[in-house]
Design a protein around this ligand. Structure first.
Ligand code: CU
Length: 247
């Protein structure tokens, strides 16, 4: 997702300095813009080779010292399969290269492992407004980066159907309060991501693009690099039946 446009600015005394401003940055003499966050939630109705899927968190951690790690340089993956909704409420951990794997436990790939897709998050924040704040209550989906729910056709909007002016608590916090099982079933993955925008003078008066997002990539879904399966170069009517030589 790309963010651009015009920042929300405010007038401050023309002689104000940065040190006078607690939650905003000067962008021009007499003009400041508040710190803020752009937080999104994408609903991923997953179906990896069939409807019955599971989700695991995969961290990469150092091996313990010992005979199997004589040079103290080994590291390995630790995989934890989520059994219920509460277990699947997680945040990113870039130091552990944390990813989430959506897999089909009943379908094996060419090396005998479950077919899967990997959700690779960006270095994305969670909501910085405190839990007791109104904005946090209304958009509690942004307090975690990952949620997993069993598929329900009426569960569409992460913050509930009518978040504006609401008392909060709708959407993901309400649905997941039941802590339903999410293993080997038809499930929905919710990824909350975005960025914290500490505004800079270069964002004024029109903001250049900042990007945020994530990657969803096959992990053992294919048995080899599927991009190698490209057709032969086309022949051209002028090439005498030979592949064109170029450029
Ligand atoms: Cu912004």
């Amino acid at each position: 997702m790309k963010l651009t446009g015009i920042i929300q600015s405010m007038g401050v005394p023309v002689d104000a300095r940065q040190a006078d401003l607690g939650n905003a940055n000067l962008v021009s003499p007499g003009v400041a813009a508040a710190h803020h966050q752009h937080l999104f939630c994408l609903r991923l109705d997953m179906c990896v080779d069939g409807p019955a899927n599971s989700v695991a968190e995969v961290d990469v951690v150092p091996d313990e010292p010992g005979p199997a790690n004589p040079e103290h340089n080994g590291f390995h993956t630790e995989s934890t399969v989520f059994r219920t909704e509460h277990e699947a409420q997680r945040v990113v951990d870039a130091a552990r290269s944390r990813t989430w794997r959506i897999f089909n436990p009943s379908v094996r790939n060419g090396v005998g492992e479950p077919v899967s897709y990997k959700l690779l998050p960006a270095a994305t924040p969670t909501m910085l407004a405190r839990p007791e704040s109104r904005v946090h209550e209304r958009a509690a989906f942004a307090s975690k980066n990952l949620w997993v729910t069993p598929y329900a056709p009426d569960e569409i909007h992460a913050a509930g159907r009518y978040p504006n002016q609401s008392g909060g608590g709708g959407g993901l916090p309400a649905w997941t309060a039941r802590d339903r099982p999410i293993e080997n079933t038809d499930l929905v993955v919710w990824h909350a991501f975005g960025l914290t925008h500490i505004v800079r003078p270069e964002d004024w008066p029109v903001m250049p693009v900042e990007s945020t997002g994530f990657w969803l990539v096959p992990f053992g879904f294919f048995d080899r690099n599927p991009a190698l399966d490209v057709p032969a170069p086309p022949t051209h009517c002028d090439s005498g039946g030979r592949a064109p030589v170029g450029p």
